[in-house]
Design a protein. Sequence first.
Length: 476
Amino acid sequence: MCLVVITIFAQQRAEIVVSFADKQTSETLYKGSYALVIGVSDYTAGWDDLPGVVGDTGAVKFALEKHGFSVSLLPNPTERELDTKIHHFIKDHGYDSENRLLIYFAGHGHTDTLADGRELGYIVPADAPLPKKDALGFKQKAISMDMIQAYARQIQSKHALFVFDSCFSGKLVTRGNFPVPARILEEVKYSVRQFVTAGAANQTVPDESIFRKFFVRGLGGEADRNRDGYILGSELADYLKENVTNYSDGKQTPQYGKIRDVDLDRGDFVFVLPKTETPTPVISQPIDLTPPRQFPAPEKFLGKYRFEASRTDMEIAREGDKLLFKVPSQPTGVLEKIAENRYKVSTLADGFFITVLDNEIYLEQPQGNYYLPRVKQDGTTENFPATAGLRELVGIYAMDSRPDFRVEIAERSGAFLLLIPGQPIYKLREKSKDIFINSYVPDAFPIRANRDSNGNLVGISITQPEAEFRYRRVVR
């Protein structure tokens, strides 16, 4: 049986459809895909701050959007803000049975032993005090797994996945390894509430989250162990447990399970990979009638490329029959070709890849992915490709929450620039339809074009580590 999976985008909604090539029929897996990504980096009542959470939530947001999710970010919520946001999220999206919901929390976790000997896990909002100093205040502010279970039961959508980049324990879920089923449609048919945590009780999550890195990499395709084009929630959990445990030297052992409810533990959450080869599931893309792109031969892309964030020039050079990747003060890497224009930096740690484009390279690394423009002989850098989408963005924009603060997108000497008062000048690049990035920050923090119901450009959203800011177009 040949399956073709299509993602249909309509405003903030992504519909996942499976078409049967041999039967000329199709079936909708999900009508809507919604995620709430919560990150607490700044604690106000005694817990250590977690600055790394800022980048983690941005990377998770981008990874989920690749899978068709409409993602809401919630940075540094208090207990009241967290509870209110989760209730509104469920109210807005959790009552359609054909939706899938995902809630991701990054921050401190804690396990308390109750009087009856039962262990109860908590996630810690920004204003919760330390339990050793104020046990009652902590229990009043922290969100217990009993409350998470209550949230899960409120949801009427058939699939909900809760992911906690925190360590705690509790008996909310039945744990264990769940076999990957053979047929995706069987898993979509039944309801399920699944939970994944970054570790067990008495374990700590480092600020530089190993769990987040493998969560993003897993959704990128590494968790698809059987290469069938989709990733099940249980499959992702097994991947996280194996890799996080290994790379943390056993200091973190992710836990996985389903809610203890006979009506909510039969199905499995499904992620469809954006790029696979038939006959496995694939996300269909608009048909491109332009001639196949000719990627530059190695001799054409030898040279230096600038990492704008640190003003560092990286070099691709040839030495004999080897292509080398040179970074100042770092070991020299060897480029190993794995696709037409894609290379693995084989002598560095896992997770370093380079994709060669015209006058730029795309650098993938665990800390984030960047576009690096080629350095010209005069020391300046090549412009990113000019597109109709970039030209449409040119104008002045006022922040919704602070109308007196304005930014400008301008075209100068063939380059499209984002001009923010008091900040460096950012060169813009179009990554995909209505999504733009700049070379100073990872592409997990994009700029998005906002349109009205008629498709007219009305503003932009700028994703920054702490939040997403909306701007209204005021001058063209």
